[in-house]
Every structure is written in C-alpha cells, then in structure tokens.
Design a protein around this ligand. Structure first.
Ligand code: NAD
Ligand code: ZN
Length: 364
C-alpha cells in the first residue's frame, strides 16, 4: 500500500506493508540519497536492540556508510540535550548536505530526529520509519520538535520527510497499552471526517488489538491518508489542520498534570474525545454522538472517563497555561456527528469545567 502526501515539490510517499525494511537500501536510493554521503540512523534504547542491526547491515550491503545514535527511550529524550548530542554524532561522522537522517522508532525519535534533519546544515534528507501505531500520526505532517523544560514541543519546525516507510512487522513487539494508545489517533481520524471508517474500527477492534496485518494495514492506510489530506489543504495550521486537535485540549491537560509518560498520549486524548462529545451535547448536539464515541473508544480498550484523583482546577490551570483561553473563552474541536467536526471559538470556561466534572462522574 502506498499513499502520496500531496505538497507540491515537497510531496512524498508513505509506504505501508510487511517486510518493507528488507529493501531499505533500494528505498534510500528511491528517496534520492547518494551512497557516497553518510546516513545517520536515530533510534531509542527499546527499538534499537530489536531492529537496528538488521537495518544497518542492509544499508551497508547497499554501499552506504552508516552511523547510529541511540537515545534512551521515553519523552525525556526529546530534549535540546539529546539534540546537541545527535548533532555531535552527525558532525563527527561527516554528514554532508546530501546526507539523510533516518528515524527508527516512535514519535519521540521521529520528532527529535526530524528536528536534527531540519537544522543540520539548514536541512538534509529525512526518512521516517515509524515503529508505533501512534507514529502514523506523528510521522505524517512534518511537525518536528524537541521539548523545552517549560513547554512541550516548543522548539521545532515544519519539515517534511522524503519518505515514510511503515513496516508492519516492527509493530509486533509493541506493548499492549501502546497499541491501544496508537489506535486512539487512528479512530480520531475516522471521527473527524470518515463515519464509515470510525464504525469500521469498532467492528474490527479485536483484530486491530491483535495486530492482524490485514486490518492493521488498512487502518494505518486510512489514518495516514486522512491526515495527509488535511495537511495537503493546510500544511502550517492556518485553519483546517486545527481539527486534528480533537480530544487534545483536555488530553494535553491530563498529560501535563499527570507527568508525561504516566498516562499515554492516546489514553489522554481518548478521555479528551469523550469530553469533546460531552461538550457537543451541552452545545445542543445529539447525546448519541457521545454514546457512540465512548463505545468506539472502549472497544479499543481505551479509557473514556476521568479518574477521580484528577482535580478540575489543576486541569483548568493546565489549559490556561497552554494558552487555550482568550478572555474566558476557549477554542474546541467538537463533533457534529460521527465523522464530522466543527471548530468552536467561544466555549466558556464554565462549560469546560462542567464537562470535566461529568467525565469524573461517568467513571464512578
Ligand atoms: P514513543 O516514541 O515514546 O514510543 C512509545 C514507547 O514504545 C517507547 O518506550 C518506545 O521505546 C517503545 N517502542 C516504540 N516502538 C516499539 C516497538 N516496535 N516495539 C517495542 N517497543 C517500541 O511514543 P509515541 O507514542 O510513538 O509518540 C509520542 C510522541 O509523538 C510525543 O512526543 C508526541 O509529542 C509526538 N507526536 C508528534 C506528532 C507530530 O505531528 N509530530 C503527533 C503526535 C504525537
Ligand atoms: Zn495526538
């Protein structure tokens, strides 16, 4: 399966399937990386032991010079410190303007390696090899970044890869919670614009959770192409791209107050999507949207209520810190129906607070 992200001269292909990494050398040639220029592989301490050696040797067989940099797994590595260390590796290895950075891992590796690729000599080649389901989202769209101690994703760029290579075989080693977390973004793409796909996800939930290759391949293809379509219209988030934030306003607040990594990103936005559907009901949409949303997310073993230890004041404060409020009003993406959303600019603080309380009640 292949999809094209249509961005004029920055267009690039996403290849999805089993066994793709066996042809990594040919893919690098296809991406336009000359064999005389060194390649930098970036991976993390969980993924590297599983897949890195094989990738290195295939690239070397193809005549490439390869240097690898492994970061500790986890969000803490998406830092300026890791960024500088990778730059050091790149400079010492003599990467030149025709070189490329290859990200082998989840969203953390992709965002960090992408920022290196965007800034090394003002930009060199960049290939994404996502190894999580969540990374179907992060590897498409060109947002690359590292975190600042005071704010997540604060230092970054828009930088499109030259190719995304999604080898489904690498997903077999994902821990179960990471599988569900990634599927939250998959079903989100259905909830945004594709009613049939959202229902398809619920129908095939058990196959998806078991990583059935047919079901998973289709789900990732739909997820990536919906995201690609949104990006093609609005690469730099001037308008439409904001719909991708469904569930993220509340979700980011949950992540921020829990400490990153305690609640997984997909788990947090799952609760956030349930919240957005409750808010939609408050604003006059049908209650069935909430019920259907919750049933879809639950079928994928995702949380849909707010555990009782969360404090509404703290969550509201996190949203304020996120600058989501302007004069007591905030912007929210809410569903109109399954498969359609609106961006609402004047949601009151009170309504959001009531939703948080209700999300807690639903859980008790
Ligand atoms: P991650 O990269 O931390 O991966 C999750 C965990 O799974 C890590 O511990 C990792 O080591 C492990 N792992 C990865 N692949 C594995 C495999 N195949 N087998 C076994 N273990 C594996 O996290 P993620 O959920 O992939 O991505 C989250 C990051 O993505 C966040 O930093 C978030 O900000 C970013 N993100 C970016 C965008 C974007 O548009 N750029 C969009 C969404 C999320
Ligand atoms: Zn997300």
């Amino acid at each position: 399966r292949s999809i094209t992200v249509d961005l004029g001269e920055r267009s690039y292909p996403i290849h999805i399937g089993s066994g793709l990494l066996q042809n990594i050398g040919a893919r690098c040639v296809e991406a336009g990386y000359p064999v005389r220029s060194p390649l930098l592989l970036v991976s993390d301490s969980s993924v590297a032991p599983l897949y890195l050696a094989d990738l290195e040797s295939r690239l070397r067989e193809h005549g490439y010079t390869v240097v690898s940099h492994i970061i500790p797994s986890g969000e803490a590595s998406k830092s300026l410190t890791s960024y500088e260390e990778i730059m050091t590796t790149a400079i010492k290895a003599g990467l030149d303007r025709s070189s490329a950075v290859i990200a082998l891992g989840g969203g953390v590796v992709g965002d960090l390696a992408g920022f290196v690729a965007a800034t090394y000599m003002r930009g060199i080649g960049f290939m994404q090899i996502p190894t999580t389901i969540l990374a179907h989202d992060s590897s498409v769209g060109g947002k690359v970044a590292v975190n600042h101690p005071l704010a997540k994703n604060m230092i970054g760029a828009f930088y499109q890869p030259s190719m995304v290579l999604y080898d489904l075989d690498t997903l077999s080693t994902l821990p179960q919670r990471q599988v569900s977390s990634g599927l939250a973004e998959v079903v989100k793409h259905g909830l945004l614009v594709d009613r049939d796909f959202a229902y398809w996800c619920r129908e095939h939930a058990s196959e998806l959770l078991e990583l059935n290759p047919e079901a998973l391949g289709y789900a990732l293809e739909r997820g990536c192409s919906i995201k690609a379509d949104v990006i093609a219209v609005d690469e730099r988030e001037q308008g439409l791209r904001a719909i991708l934030n469904l569930g993220h306003t509340i979700g980011h607040a949950i992540e921020a107050v829990s400490g990153y990594g305690v609640v997984l990103h997909g788990e947090a936005i799952s609760i956030g999507m349930a919240g957005a559907a409750l808010l939609a009901h408050k604003l006059g949409r049908d209650k069935s949207i909430y019920e259907e949303t919750v049933s879809m997310l639950s079928s994928l073993s995702l949380p849909v209520t707010l555990p009782s230890h969360y404090d509404e004041d703290e969550l509201m404060a996190a949203m304020m810190h996120d600058k989501k409020f302007k004069e007591g009003k905030m912007t929210f993406v809410i569903p109109n129906s399954i498969g359609s959303v609106s961006i609402i600019n004047d949601v009151s603080e009170t309504a959001v607070r009531e939703v948080l309380t209700q999300l807690k009640k639903e859980g008790s």
